[in-house]
Design a protein around this ligand. Structure first.
Ligand code: AMP
Length: 209
């Protein structure tokens, strides 16, 4: 398989991160998650992290120039990748077009109701970043990661008061990218209600097909 440049689109909680992690294991492609990179910047207390934190805590988008500046070099240096959480605005998508052509955009579609239900019960491992859901995909031992034994935590922006805003921000700023990539003939829709296994095999067949 040649190295592909892939974008995973979809609302928060649709399963982009979960799928991206599996795809990386299977394909060896580079995983670029702007959310993960930002959380790392915040944890390390960098200037960028300090600037981004207030937006993230409210569930708002971090300004385009900060995001593009942060991701540009990583995209330029890669011959294939899975973008997860970027682009999130038309301005970001236009900037990306100028950096490199994209092979495939996969939109994982999920309703508002389901997004809110899933994000409220999402937990993440502090050690390895593996993603759990207390209802649909709980860990074997409460509060501990199956893979590395790390502590599971709830992201600050997965709190109920922030979740609804994140969905509204998605609708206003990110959903227009569906049309953007449709017009360019790059978009494939995937039903986010399917099981993670089904979604994964669908995405794999798109990548290898
Ligand atoms: P995520 O982990 O993808 O849900 O991202 C968590 C938060 O990081 C978002 O709610 C935004 O505040 C910020 N963020 C991540 N990616 C972007 C992006 N491409 N543009 C703007 N803000 C972003």
């Amino acid at each position: 398989m040649g190295k592909k440049k892939i974008i995973l689109l979809g609302p928060p909680g649709a399963g982009k991160g979960t799928q991206a992690k599996r795809l990386v294991e299977k394909t060896g492609l580079l995983h670029l998650s702007t959310g993960d990179i930002l959380r790392d910047e915040v944890a390390r207390g960098t200037d960028l992290g300090k600037q981004a934190k207030e937006y993230m805590d409210r569930g708002d988008l971090v300004p385009d120039d900060l995001i593009i500046g942060m991701i540009r070099g990583r995209i330029e240096g890669a011959d294939g990748f899975i973008l997860d959480g970027f682009p999130r605005t038309v301005a970001q998508a236009e900037a990306l077009e100028k950096i490199t052509p994209i092979d495939l955009v996969i939109n994982i579609d999920l309703s508002r109701e389901e997004v809110i239900r899933r994000l409220s019960s999402r937990r993440v491992c502090r050690g390895c970043g593996r993603i759990y859901n207390l209802i649909s995909n709980p860990p074997k031992v409460e509060g501990r990661c199956d893979a590395c034994g790390g502590e599971l935590y709830q992201r600050d922006d997965d709190r109920p008061e922030v979740i609804e805003n994140r969905y509204d921000v998605y609708t206003a700023s990110t959903a227009p990218l569906i049309e953007f990539y449709k017009e360019r003939g790059l978009l494939t829709q995937v039903d986010g209600k399917a099981s993670p296994e089904e979604i994964f095999s669908r995405i794999m067949s798109l990548i290898t097909g």
